[in-house]
Design a binder for this molecule. Structure first.
Ligand code: SF4
Length: 458
């Protein structure tokens, strides 16, 4: 069943049908989380770095307009063409026009969660443009016609054997091959050919620097560089929150990003783009797509500080055991569950509830976003706006009525204890999902109030 068409809870049930895969997914991501812990522990100044990053981002959120204007001016002086897109449609149309202007119908693209958010690949494919994703994980899921399930490790839901099958089908590798070196070599040959023959390359942007008008793209595979350096036209797409004030701030963010994402001291390629090389065109598309709205929500604006390291996904017990596709949104996990309702409250009303609110996400976040607090706040907003499930709203109203009345509370407690003792099937049945994964509690013989009164007499 396609998990993407289901709400989070139902999709998680689908994912959990394959228990060994769930265990393996859980353990693999926890392994990445522990690597992050070890890398962070090696820096005595880790907490100061987090605080500095958080403060820089606070400054960015409060001075967004000026910083973006400064960036635009400097980028233009460097010979970069700057485009502004209010929404996903504009973003897609601008990129389509740039490809058409280049007179080609094929493009190579490195990792960009913004283009996933805007559904760029689907849009371009519908308009007759072939897009090849060059990040290995993204290429694998693209061949399988799946979206990425993780923002840093797009194919983390797949095993070697899944990749082997996919490559056998699409790249003609040996049937049943699972050797990672063999499979990676096949992908390398396939992508090398792509890099050499594409005249337009698109990259994401990790950081755009207002004072220089340049931008930085981080990858571990060098695929963004290969695409951009070989192409006649380099298009970079960025959400406007990627701006930072000064180049010296990169020293804070690059150290935090790599360690938080994969536990590496530095990303293998942190490439700085300042201007097109002679004869090349360089374009940057700066996208809003709901970010202004989020910036205007005092409770949720901090989510725009995110540097997309995925540490909150790796540590989240719900993400690890429900899989990225169960979030039916471009960005999965705790931060995705804050960003998605801003884009469409109705469609994504289930996501802020996909959390235990344990706070582990906020603890690991390198820019100190209060993730679990925001998830809790979204729940309140969604219920108030009427986007909660009707059954939950009715149950909460009934519970409020019972809790407001001591006599009703006593009667309800008596009935509840009686049901659990004499007719447990009324609570433990397939229509009550709460009990599907839980054991029935032993009903107490009496309420605490009765116990207290009886013992007080003694
Ligand atoms: S919210 Fe924080 S931990 Fe999660 S991806 Fe963004 S920066 Fe990383």
């Amino acid at each position: 069943m396609n998990q993407l068409n289901l709400d989070h809870a139902s999709a998680a049930v689908e994912f959990n049908k394959d228990e060994p895969r769930v265990d393996w997914h859980d353990e693999t991501l926890w392994f990445v989380r522990t690597k992050r812990d070890r890398a962070a522990a090696q820096l005595p100044e880790w907490e100061q770095l987090r605080e500095a990053a958080s403060q820089i981002k606070n400054h960015v959120l409060s001075n967004m307009h000026d910083l973006l204007a400064q960036f635009e001016e400097n980028a233009k002086q460097n010979g970069i063409t700057v485009h502004w897109a209010e929404n996903a449609d504009e973003h897609n149309a601008i990129i389509h026009k740039l490809i058409q202007d280049a007179g080609v119908t094929r493009m190579v693209k490195s990792k960009s969660m913004l283009t996933e958010e805007c559904h760029l690949n689907d849009y371009l494919t519908r308009h007759g443009i072939e897009v090849i994703d060059s990040d290995l994980g993204e290429r694998i899921v693209q061949m399988r016609k799946e979206p990425p399930s993780h923002i840093v490790l797009p194919a983390i839901h797949l095993k070697k054997s899944d990749v082997g099958e996919t490559f056998h089908e699409h790249l003609g590798t040996e049937k049943g091959a699972t050797d990672p070196q063999y499979l990676t070599e096949a992908a390398r040959q396939h992508l090398r050919d792509t890099f050499l023959t594409r005249k337009v390359a698109l990259t994401g942007v990790n950081f755009a620097i207002a004072e220089t008008g340049g931008f930085v793209v981080c990858t571990n595979e060098g695929n963004a560089d290969m695409g951009a350096h070989l192409a006649d036209v380099h298009i970079a797409a960025m959400g406007f929150e990627k701006i930072i004030p000064r180049a010296e701030h990169l020293g804070v963010f690059l150290r935090l990003l790599a360690r938080s994402a994969t536990g590496q001291p530095i990303t293998t390629f942190s490439s700085h783009f300042h201007r097109p090389r002679p004869g090349q065109q360089m374009h940057i598309v700066i996208v809003d797509n709901g970010r202004s709205r989020q910036l205007g929500r005092p409770d949720f604006r901090n989510s725009l500080k995110c540097i997309r390291c995925a540490a909150c996904l790796n540590t989240c017990p719900v993400y690890r055991r429900s899989g990225g596709h169960s979030y039916h949104s471009a960005i999965a996990g705790p931060i995705g569950s804050i960003l998605a309702p801003n884009l469409d409250m109705k469609l994504n009303a289930d996501l802020p509830f996909a959390s235990t609110l344990c706070g582990s996400c906020s603890n690991v976040c390198p820019v100190k976003i209060d993730i679990h607090d925001q998830l809790y706040k979204w729940r309140q907003v969604l219920m108030k706006e009427g986007y909660g499930p009707g059954s939950k709203t009715a149950a909460m109203k009934a519970m409020a009525t019972v809790l407001e009345s001591p006599s009703l509370y006593r009667v309800a407690g008596k009935i509840g204890r009686g049901v659990l003792r004499f007719t447990p099937v009324l609570a433990e049945n397939r229509f009550n999902p709460w009990y599907n994964q839980r054991e029935m509690p032993e009903p107490p013989a009496e309420s605490f109030r009765d116990w207290y009164i009886n013992n007080k007499k003694v």
